[in-house]
Write a protein that binds this ligand. Structure first.
Ligand SMILES: [Zn+2]
Length: 370
């Protein structure tokens, strides 16, 4: 009797939850689009707050919390407030799937994403241990997942933390740890970069966080993670890799160039992520200083990155960056995505993306040295 009463109360509560209006009130974690022509971004949740910027119709913001009709978001890396009244919900959260936890985590080291639910379908991409995806559908031991570029693909359930359709449930633990053959390792037995010295530079560090993105994510952290992946891939391909920093420490731009100049460096690669006040700005770009010294390297690496990575290709830029200009070796500075763009940020944080970027950089170097 008690149980059924509690159940009814629970159902009523759930009912009111779904009956709440779905617009007019900002929800945290949800992406909103600006509906007004120009919307002021303010330092505080009130019309008296200082205007620190402006958004235009179609710009997107992520809500982190709401206070009296104002939603908190990030603008130019800082906490900022906009009036909820002018925002249109873009991604409506699916409460039902959240409650059922319809998210999976990849447990295989190198897992193929296929066009359909079976190994006979073509490979459309790959993913790696720790990456998470939302489940869209399920079919005979395979999950249809939403990929980070918005499209969908299929992944074997036994290579995830949600194995399904296994005959013996006790067997599941063994199955989840199974991995598909690591093709990448097979290829790397040849050493196309043997004899080359590459200096890898993880941008910023220590007291200098670099750009600060949505949710307060620091550029220096992503730079370190990515540089580590690049170092691994380059070493596997036979290169001698020198890293300007392997811990969270501060180095001046001159010191970074000096490290490069102290070696017989064949190529210098500086790893960065970008930020911009307007959230819709996104993509990857490469910067060079000297047309004769740096351009060919920048072009080969950027070509390879833009052919491989799912982000928008912003192309090549000539810029007098000190770390490039003071460098005797061919040098390129890579901006591998925007910490201030919600879509970029969801992709660039994954090990899968950073690994993909690492392989693309290595391929670009192989082409450059060829
Ligand atoms: Zn940077």
């Amino acid at each position: 009797m008690k149980i059924s009463k509690a159940l009814i109360i629970l159902l009523v509560l759930l009912g009111t939850l779904f009956a709440l209006p779905e617009y007019g009130k900002a929800e945290s974690g949800v992406v909103y689009e600006v509906g007004d022509i120009v919307l002021n971004v303010r330092s505080e949740p009130s019309s008296g707050g200082t205007v620190i910027g402006k958004l235009q119709r179609g710009d997107q913001v992520i809500a982190f919390k709401e206070e009296h009709g104002w939603i908190q978001t990030y603008y130019a890396g800082k906490e900022a407030w906009v009036a909820a009244h002018y925002l249109i919900m873009k991604d409506r959260p699916n409460k039902i799937s959240k409650a059922e936890n319809q998210e999976l985590k990849v447990t295989g080291q190198s897992v193929y994403v296929r066009s359909g639910p079976g190994t006979n379908y073509s490979v459309i991409g790959s993913t790696t241990v720790g990456d998470t995806y939302n489940i869209v559908a399920k079919d005979n031991g395979w999950y249809k997942i939403k990929l980070h570029d918005g499209s969908a693909g299929w992944i074997a359930s036994w290579l995830t933390n949600k194995p399904s359709n296994t005959n013996n449930s006790k067997d599941q633990n063994n199955k989840v740890t199974a991995t598909v053959p690591d093709k990448v390792k097979g290829i790397s037995t040849s050493n196309p970069l043997k004899g080359y010295t590459i200096v890898l530079d993880a941008g910023h560090g220590g007291k200098d966080p670099g750009a600060i993105g949505l949710e307060g994510i620091k550029e220096k952290t992503l730079n370190s993670q990515t540089a580590e992946q690049v170092a691994n891939v380059l070493r596997a391909k036979g290169a001698t890799v020198v890293e300007t920093r392997t811990s969270d420490r501060f180095l001046s731009l001159d010191q970074r160039a000096e490290i490069s100049n102290a070696y017989n460096t064949d190529a210098f690669i500086s790893i960065h992520y970008n930020a911009f006040p307007i959230q819709t700005v996104s993509g990857i770009g490469a910067y060079y200083s000297s047309k004769s010294k740096d351009f060919a390297l920048a072009e080969d690496v950027q070509d390879s990155l833009s052919n491989t990575l799912p982000l928008f290709n912003r192309g090549l830029y000539q810029e007098e960056f000190r770390v490039l200009r003071k460098n005797n070796a061919p040098a390129v500075l890579l901006e591998l995505g925007y910490l201030t763009n919600p879509s970029d940020l969801s992709i660039i944080q994954t090990t899968g993306y950073q690994e993909q970027a690492a392989h693309a950089i290595a391929d670009g170097l192989v082409n450059y040295f060829d």
